[in-house]
Every structure is written in structure tokens, then in C-alpha cells.
Design a binder for this molecule. Structure first.
Ligand code: AMP
Ligand code: MG
Length: 416
């Protein structure tokens, strides 16, 4: 096993965050196995087929307003024109006749544009007496008409393989009349915490014990990703227990996520055990928090050994495991969205490691994006992570940041 060195943050053995991600993607593949699901059940799943439309949406030209359907050629260039109302087109109940010059119909939003008409006059802009309406100038031929296929036309590909299906995507599929789609099967992810000091909520703490919080944060973030979750509990810092848990997890999952036991303390068995039973790819990354991180393979399952400190565990999950799981689920490689913001706090930072400090972003009175630090940034201080709504992402080379300087922020998605 490699050994840790150096209090020095510049360590040539450390991988950069980008290198670590590239290595991870290189070693992973999309999972095999599809299933056909009703569209509601396909929410949060990844499409395994391209979806193209067999219909136009909308399927017929229809009115965007309540008003009157008229012929553009009847619109007055000056003064007023009177038209006779010969019927009504309701949404779902079209007017079936043909409108001639000098005529119009009443029409409601979403109703089919009657034959012979091409223009809608808003009801507020006519004078009406009995079945005669009077229209002035200021209208244009074609106005307030939603054309056939305005949203989607026949044959158009609207959702591609690899699309993570959002609530709106489900609505889109329904708008095309598609009842079922082919999606990737769910990824099976098992996870457990390691540490003799950990107790589950509901138990009483003895001297030196703490509550296991990682398994709960991880449960939350995994739930948001739409994977099958297998919670394997807490495993003691005993090599035989760790080994047994690893083998059990590998049997039932595509991915194993553990927290704790990846540094080089005497009681840290995760990396050793993985090296014995599978392959370890790397284990130190130039990032803060989260320097010790194990990635490897265990009997065909991908393995992520996250650090035990609660903030480190969630930051490394977010930066590495989440994109990796999305990729395995069948999505494309995702580039994180990071945007500049004015930093309102002074930030302490030594060059040498990329940092993911916790921030609270907001807009100031001028509408500019600003960010404040959540304060103390220790990797055990989960409350600072819970107050945050974004990471302040500081490059490896960056030093201290003065208040008023620009920084890059990465808004949380799935963490709040
Ligand atoms: P380790 O990575 O095992 O050396 O743990 C680093 C620190 O994180 C120690 O202070 C542990 O007590 C703490 N820790 C480890 N696992 C958890 C967990 N599941 N929940 C809360 N704290 C933890
Ligand atoms: Mg430990």
C-alpha cells in the first residue's frame, strides 16, 4: 500500500480533481439492461432509446386567446369593419363550417382555427352588438394563432438516449401520446459506514462514541439520483468484518460506497481490504476537503471509499460519485456548472489543493450574484454544509481571497 506523507499541500503523488475524474470515467461503463416502463414510472430513469414524434404538437392550428376568428383580408386599413358572427369554436369542439368574407366566429383559447379564418381578434378589442362585431385598426393577419407543430413536428427527435427523465420530460412524452418508454434498469448501490465509534440514531452514546451521520446524508443523495439503495449499516474496524461486508456488497450491487477508514490510521482497513480482494486505482486527490479517497473495482462492482469526516464524505460524493453514478446509469459525462460571483467574505486558502468551500449565494440589491462563506470550514462541521447552497470552488493554485474578489461558485443540485 502507498503511504501517506507530507503536511505539505504540494505533493506530487496527489492526483488533481480533473485527473481523478478522468480516471474514474475511464474505468466505468454504462450498465447493461433495459426495461419498458409506463411513462410515470420512468421519472428519474435514463432513456435507452431515442424518442421521435409521430404527431404534430399542437396537432391543429389553434387560438392563443379568447376572442373572434376572422379572415385577415377583412381587417380594415382605416376606420372600422363589421363582421357577422356565424358560430363558435370551443376547445375540443371545433366549428365545422367555413367562414366567408364578412363573417367571423367566436373562439376560445385552444380551440381549432375555423376553415377560412387565419387571425384572432382579442375579445377586449371588439365592440359587439348581438351577432355583429366591429373591429378597428391595429390588428395583424395571423395574430394570436398557434400554428400546427409549433412545439414539435412529426419525425422530430425530442428526447435522446441517455436523457435523465425529468417531470417535464414525462409531460412531453404524454403530449406526444407515448404511453411507455425503454429505460435503463436501475443502478444498484450499496453503502455502509465503517468505524468502531459509530452508533445508529436511537442508540445511547457511550464515551467516545458519535452518531453515524454519513449513512443518512448518503441515503439522501442516493435517493435523489433514482438508484436502488442497499443500506448495509455500520461495519466495525475489524479486517474480517470489513472483508465480509465488502463481499456481501459486491454480491448484490453494481456500486459500493463506504465512508471512513480510508486514511492510513491503524484502524483504517478499507484500502487494504480492497487491494487484497480487488483493485485500487488511486487513493489521494489534491482537494480539500476529501484528500483520502479510494476508487477501485471489487468483483465487477465499482468501489468508492469516501473519507469519514462528514463534510469530506458528502463533498467527495458530490464531485466524484454522483457524476460516476450518472455515467453508469447511462447519462453522458457531465461538466459541472460553475459561475463567477462576488465573494463577500475573506477566504483562507493555501495553494496546492483545489478547495470546495461552503457558500451561501444570493443576489444583491443591484441584482449581482454574490456569495458568502458559511464560516468555519472544518471537514467535520456538517452544520456549515447544511447552511450552504453552493460550493465556492477555488483552484489548486489559488491563495487567500480578499472580500470583494470574484470567485467561481457551483450551485448545489440534489443536495438541498
Ligand atoms: P476516518 O475516515 O474513519 O478516519 O474518520 C474520520 C473522522 O470522521 C473521524 O472523526 C470519524 O469519527 C468521523 N466519521 C467517520 N465515519 C463517520 C460517520 N459515518 N458519521 C459521522 N462521522 C464519521
Ligand atoms: Mg474510522
Amino acid at each position: 500500500m502507498q503511504t501517506s506523507c507530507c503536511s505539505n499541500d504540494y505533493d506530487s503523488q496527489l492526483l488533481t480533481v480533473e485527473e481523478a475524474l478522468t480516471n474514474i470515467y475511464h474505468d466505468l461503463e454504462h450498465i447493461n439492461g433495459n426495461e419498458q416502463l409506463a411513462i410515470r414510472d420512468a421519472l428519474d430513469r435514463v432513456l435507452a432509446e431515442d424518442i421521435s414524434s409521430k404527431i404534430n404538437v399542437p396537432p391543429h392550428a389553434n387560438s392563443a386567446m379568447d376572442g373572434y376568428a376572422v379572415k385577415g383580408s377583412d381587417l380594415p386599413s382605416e376606420g372600422k369593419t363589421e363582421l357577422i358572427m356565424i358560430g363558435t369554436s370551443f376547445a375540443g369542439q371545433p366549428y365545422l363550417g367555413t367562414v366567408q368574407a364578412g363573417q367571423c366566429t367566436r373562439i376560445f383559447t385552444g380551440a381549432v382555427i375555423p376553415n377560412g379564418t387565419d387571425t384572432i381578434i382579442m375579445q377586449e378589442n371588439v365592440d359587439k352588438q348581438e351577432n355583429i362585431i366591429s373591429i378597428g385598426t391595429g390588428n395583424k393577419t395571423g395574430q394570436h394563432v398557434r400554428p400546427v407543430g409549433e412545439d414539435i413536428s412529426i419525425g422530430q427527435t425530442i428526447l435522446k438516449i441517455g436523457k435523465y427523465l425529468s417531470p417535464v420530460d414525462i409531460g412531453m412524452l404524454a403530449s406526444l401520446g407515448i404511453p411507455e418508454v425503454k429505460v435503463k434498469r436501475r443502478l444498484r448501490v450499496s453503502f455502509f459506514s465503517t468505524g468502531d465509534e459509530l452508533r445508529a440514531v436511537g442508540e445511547t452514546l457511550e464515551a467516545g462514541q458519535i452518531y453515524d451521520s454519513n449513512r443518512y446524508s448518503l441515503y439522501g443523495v442516493l435517493s435523489r439520483l433514482g438508484v436502488d439503495i442497499i443500506d448495509m449499516g455500520v461495519v466495525l474496524d475489524k479486517p474480517e468484518d470489513v472483508e465480509q461486508a465488502f463481499l456481501a456488497a459486491a454480491d448484490c450491487s453494481d456500486v459500493i460506497v463506504t465512508s471512513g477508514g480510508v486514511s492510513v490510521g491503524d484502524a483504517d482497513y478499507v484500502t487494504d481490504t480492497l487491494q487484497r480482494l480487488g483493485e485500487v486505482n488511486f487513493w489521494k486527490v489534491a482537494m480539500k476537503p476529501g484528500k483520502p479517497l479510494t476508487f477501485g473495482k471489487l468483483k465487477g462492482s465499482a468501489f468508492f471509499g469516501l473519507p469519514g469526516n462528514p463534510v469530506s464524505a458528502i463533498v467527495t460524493f458530490y464531485q466524484f460519485v454522483q457524476p460516476a453514478l450518472r455515467y453508469m446509469m447511462g447519462q453522458d459525462i457531465i461538466t459541472p456548472v460553475r459561475v463567477p460571483a462576488k465573494c463577500l467574505s475573506t477566504l483562507k486558502k493555501s495553494p496546492g489543493r483545489m478547495e470546495f468551500q461552503r457558500g451561501i449565494m444570493a443576489t444583491d440589491e443591484q441584482g449581482n450574484l454574490v456569495v458568502s462563506s458559511t464560516g468555519v470550514q472544518g471537514s467535520g462541521i456538517l452544520s456549515s454544509m447544511s447552511q450552504a447552497n453552493c460550493f465556492i470552488v477555488l483552484s489548486k493554485e489559488q491563495g487567500n481571497v480578499e472580500a470583494g474578489n470574484k470567485v467561481l461558485i457551483e450551485p448545489f443540485a440534489g443536495l438541498i
